[in-house]
Design a protein. Structure first.
Length: 486
């Protein structure tokens, strides 16, 4: 019996060892099979792209057409009052339904799926360079100018350069642009900036860098196109909304914005009608996810309501994020109102939640309204910057002053985040306010939208309560800006 037990134990151990060995071998085989599958798919992807790029280069060699350039629309300075309007104590008010509003129509943008660009390693011996992008240090493979030089801007010369640039040496660079962009959670405009920064680092400035940036964006699926004016090559892109201050042209029914601001409009440029076959994404100007830049916090600032001292928050903004916003192109106010907050700003705003606990939505909205009215110093964009400068919410906690549209954006954010109520912006020619859809009837000035009543809450009408709009706007028609996510 004892011998049998020893034999049985030995057999189990041997079987276990044999099974473990089999399992390890099986795991290695599966891993190798998967890696081979990935390499095969990557090879197929790159081969397919190379073929499509060669076809596109042949198309670029054909005669380009002339198109008219339209001058860019400037975001003009809003003629706001030099000081905020203060509601007088005991000033009589008579609630009214405001004039019928005009709704800002935003056509939906149907986007193709993002390109799943594979990880591509640099070629053997390919030198590396470093690109700094809002605190992130990106190590990228360098692209030598030799072989990518544009000795002229004739169609066949541009086509030859495109064919050369898509021959394989830039595959790892496209991969890096994709990888770092995802690490930083970039919005579409972030990719425009990052690709430009990488292109200029590799090829300095000039026509070659424009060609490389356009190539990077098209390989990531964006509809970026080249245009020629004299001896200058530049890039143009379509956007989901208006890009203020940039000249534009219409190609095949789509509006493209010219990123070279020296092209002001009123003339002709040359370009082509069809883009690279795998690139049809427009630049969505919205910021739908938190941007992940390196932290560079500034000194913490304290903001407190004058009427309700316990309504206060402290915020230390990330200067890298502020720098990115400072370079952001001017676009519609809805972009600023619906942009995702940084985690720093969100955490600061969340600190209000315990102070609003137990209060109904009307009282809570009133506390938030007085906070926005009185916790910030007022100054018009003209006085602070010399030009129109709408703020993203994080910027209100950084710059020393804010004006009416900035406060409207902040108040809309607070009400949506903390109270879960629908908010719209009321855009007048000289002013912006907000209006809130409460869950129960509230007395005061209001607008009707799709059968719902939105009560005016004006963050720049100092000491005004919910439902009180500035007297000069009671009879003026506003454009309603609907905030996505309401």
């Amino acid at each position: 019996m004892k011998c049998f037990c020893i034999w049985a134990i030995t057999a189990v151990i041997s079987f276990s060892a044999y099974s473990q060995s089999d399992f390890d071998r099986y795991s290695r085989e599966q891993k190798n099979d998967f890696e081979n599958y990935k390499k095969e798919r990557q090879s197929d992807f790159l081969s397919y792209r190379k073929k499509r790029n060669a076809e596109f280069a042949d198309y670029l060699a054909k005669r380009w057409e002339y198109f008219d350039v339209v001058a860019g629309r400037k975001k003009t300075l809003r003629p706001e009052p030099p000081a905020p309007i203060v509601k007088k104590v005991n000033e009589p008010t008579s609630p009214v339904r405001l004039p019928d509003v005009q709704i800002e129509e935003i056509p939906p943008v149907v986007q193709p799926k993002p390109v799943d660009y594979p990880v591509v390693l640099p070629l053997p011996g390919q030198p590396q360079v470093e690109v700094e992008f809002y605190g992130m240090r990106c190590t990228i493979p360098s692209v030598a100018l030799q072989g990518f030089e544009l000795l002229g801007l004739k169609e066949e010369q541009i086509a030859r350069a495109w064919k050369r640039i898509s021959s394989g040496e830039c595959d790892a660079l496209v991969s890096c642009c994709n990888r770092y962009g995802r690490q930083m959670n970039l919005c579409d405009w972030g990719y425009v900036e990052l690709s430009g920064r990488m292109a200029k680092t590799c090829l300095s400035s000039g026509n070659e860098a424009v060609l490389l940036q356009t190539y990077l964006l098209t390989q990531l699926g964006y509809d970026a196109r080249l245009l020629r004016r004299g001896n200058t090559l530049t890039m143009m892109i379509p956007c989901s909304g208006t890009l203020y201050g940039y000249a534009s042209l219409n190609v095949a029914g789509r509006t493209y914005y010219v990123l070279d601001k020296t092209i002001a409009g009123g003339g002709k440029v040359e370009t082509y009608r069809k883009n690279f076959s795998e690139a049809d994404r427009v630049i969505d100007l919205s910021i739908r996810r938190e941007l992940n830049f390196a932290e560079r916090p500034v000194t913490e600032k304290r903001f407190v309501s004058k009427r309700y001292p316990d309504m206060e928050i402290c915020v230390a903004t990330n200067e890298n994020l502020i720098d990115f916003y400072a370079a952001y192109p001017h676009c519609e106010n809805r972009v600023y109102a619906q942009a995702v907050l940084s985690s720093t700003a969100k955490k600061a705003i969340e600190s209000f939640r315990p102070r609003l606990a137990g209060k109904d939505e009307i009282e809570a909205a009133g506390l938030l309204l007085n906070f926005v009215q009185t916790a910030f110093e007022y100054k018009t964009d003209g006085d602070q910057f010399g030009y129109e400068k709408p703020f993203f919410v994080d910027e209100l906690f950084y710059y020393p002053y804010s004006d009416c549209e900035d406060r409207a954006v902040l108040y809309a954010c607070l009400v949506r985040e903390l109270l879960g109520l629908e908010v719209v912006l009321l855009d007048y020619p000289r002013h912006i306010a907000t209006a809130v859809c409460f869950g129960r009837p509230v007395e005061g000035d209001y607008v009707e939208l799709n059968g719902k009543r939105y009560v005016v809450c004006d963050p720049t009408y100092i000491n005004a309560s919910i439902g009180q709009s500035m007297p000069m706007y009671k009879q003026e028609r506003a454009t309603v800006i609907v905030i996505a996510g309401n």
